[in-house]
Design a protein. Structure first.
Length: 387
C-alpha cells in the first residue's frame, strides 16, 4: 500500500516550507523511515542550470534546506548534489551552480555537505530495458540512499518534469547529450528515465510545487506559477502519476506513464494511487499551461496507424527550434548541448545557427539557453492539426 500512497500538503510560500515539509514527512512516518543513523544520503535536487530561486527553474533552496535538516536529525549525513546540463561536470561549474541556485546557503543553514566531487562511475543496470550500463556521478553511485527533490515543471519534450525525469541528472554534465542523441524521441527517452530510476531507487521523492513552472519549460522560456503545493511519496512513479493528474496533463501526453504501463510498472494510473491530503478534484489546476502538443485529431483518427504516421510526419508536425538573433549572445551553450550537432557557432561571439536538416527535435537548446534565444515554431500543418 505504501508504494501507492502520495501525500499532498498546501504550502503558500517558501517561508513556511520547513514547517509544511516537517508535517508532511511526519505524516509519512518520519524521516527515520527513510534514513538510518550513519548513512550518507544524497539530496538530488533539480538543478538544471545556475538560475536564481525565483526563476522556478530549480528546486528551491528552502525545500532542500528543510529536508537536509530532517536527514541530520535522523542521524544521516545529507549531501546536496546534481550535475547540470549544458556544462562540463567539474568543480568550478558545481561551485557556481550551488551559489546561484541558493544551494550553498541552504547547505550552510542546514549543516549539509555540498558535493564538489566531479568524478564518475560506470555502473551496471541489469534490469534496464534500453540501458545495461550508464555513467553516473560518483556521489550517487556511492551513496547509502537518495532522496529525490524534484520540481513541478513543464517540459517541451516530456510534457512534465517530475520525480522520474529529475533522476536524469545523475548522468554527468555533457554526457547527457549522448543519451538524447541515441534516444531522441519521447518514447525511448522515457525508457532511459525509467532505467535510471530503477537503478537509483530513491527512498523518498518530494516535489516542490510551491512556485511551479508552466508553459515552455523546463528552462528560461517557462513561466513561474504560484501553485502552493508539496507532494511526497516513497514511489517516484506514484508521485508523477498524482502530479500529472493535479497539473491536468492528459495521460496520453505523459510519456513516462505510458512507458511504465508498457513495462507493467505500477502505479501509473490515478485510480491505483491513494492520494492523502486532498482529492484530485480539489487540487487539480485545470488551467495549467503546457507546451504546444504535436499530437492531433488526425493522429487520433488514424488509430493503430498513428505511430508510424507520427514518425513519418515528425518534422512536419513537431515544433522547430530557431535562434532569435536579437537575444542570442553567442555563448555556445546550445551548440555544446546539441546531440545531433545541428548547431554551429561561426566564430567565438557569433550567433548560433541551427541546421534544420540535422535537428532531431530533442529541444536541449531550448531547455538550456539562459537568454530565451531559442524559440519553438510550428509549421502551418502542425498548427492546423494540433488540438
Amino acid at each position: 500500500m505504501e508504494e501507492t500512497q502520495v501525500y499532498a500538503a498546501s504550502c503558500p510560500d517558501y517561508s513556511q516550507a520547513e514547517t509544511c515539509i516537517r508535517a508532511l514527512v511526519e505524516q509519512m512516518g518520519g524521516m527515520g523511515r527513510f534514513v538510518r543513523p550513519g548513512e550518507r544520503i544524497v539530496l538530488k535536487a533539480n538543478l538544471l542550470r545556475a538560475a536564481p530561486p525565483e526563476s522556478a527553474i530549480c528546486t528551491h533552496p528552502a525545500v532542500v534546506e528543510a529536508v537536509a535538516k530532517l536527514v541530520k536529525e535522523a542521524g544521516g549525513t545529507p549531501v546536496i548534489c546534481d550535475s547540470p546540463g549544458g556544462a562540463l561536470h567539474k568543480e568550478a561549474v558545481l561551485r557556481s551552480l550551488y551559489e546561484k541556485t541558493g544551494m550553498a546557503a541552504a547547505a550552510a543553514a542546514a549543516g549539509a555537505e555540498l558535493s564538489m566531487d566531479s568524478s564518475t562511475r560506470t555502473v551496471s543496470l541489469p534490469e534496464g530495458k534500453v540501458l545495461r550500463q550508464a555513467e553516473i556521478i560518483t556521489p550517487v553511485a556511492e551513496a547509502d540512499g537518495v532522496i529525490d527533490l524534484c520540481k513541478m515543471k513543464t517540459h517541451v519534450l516530456m510534457s512534465m518534469t517530475g520525480a522520474v525525469k529529475n533522476l536524469f541528472g545523475v548522468i554527468p554534465g555533457l554526457s547527457k547529450v549522448g543519451y538524447h542523441a541515441t534516444h531522441p524521441d519521447h518514447e525511448t527517452f522515457a525508457d532511459v528515465l525509467l532505467d535510471l530510476t530503477g537503478y537509483v531507487k530513491p527512498r523518498l521523492s518530494l516535489m516542490d510545487g510551491i512556485l511551479a513552472m508552466e508553459g515552455d519549460g523546463p528552462g528560461s522560456s517557462g513561466t513561474p506559477r504560484q501553485a502552493g503545493l508539496l507532494l511526497a511519496a516513497a514511489n517516484p512513479l506514484a508521485l508523477d502519476t498524482a502530479a500529472g493528474a493535479i497539473m491536468n496533463l492528459p495521460r496520453q501526453d505523459n510519456p513516462v506513464l505510458l512507458a511504465a504501463e508498457r513495462r507493467g510498472l505500477t502505479p501509473c494510473r490515478m485510480e491505483d494511487v491513494e492520494l492523502i491530503g486532498g482529492t484530485v478534484e480539489e487540487l487539480r489546476m485545470a488551467d495549467y499551461k503546457f507546451p504546444a502538443s504535436t499530437k492531433s485529431n488526425l493522429m487520433d483518427f488514424l488509430g493503430p496507424l498513428a505511430r508510424p504516421a507520427e514518425r513519418l510526419c515528425k518534422k512536419a508536425l513537431s515544433q522547430t527550434p530557431r535562434i532569435d538573433g536579437a537575444k542570442c549572445v553567442g555563448c555556445g551553450i546550445c551548440a555544446k548541448s546539441c546531440p545531433g550537432q545541428a548547431i554551429a557557432m561561426t566564430a567565438p561571439g557569433k550567433k548560433a545557427r541551427i541546421s534544420q536538416k540535422a535537428c532531431i527535435h530533442c529541444y536541449c537548446c531550448h531547455e538550456l539557453c539562459p537568454q530565451k534565444a531559442v524559440e519553438l515554431h510550428q509549421s502551418w500543418l502542425g498548427r492546423l492539426l494540433t488540438k
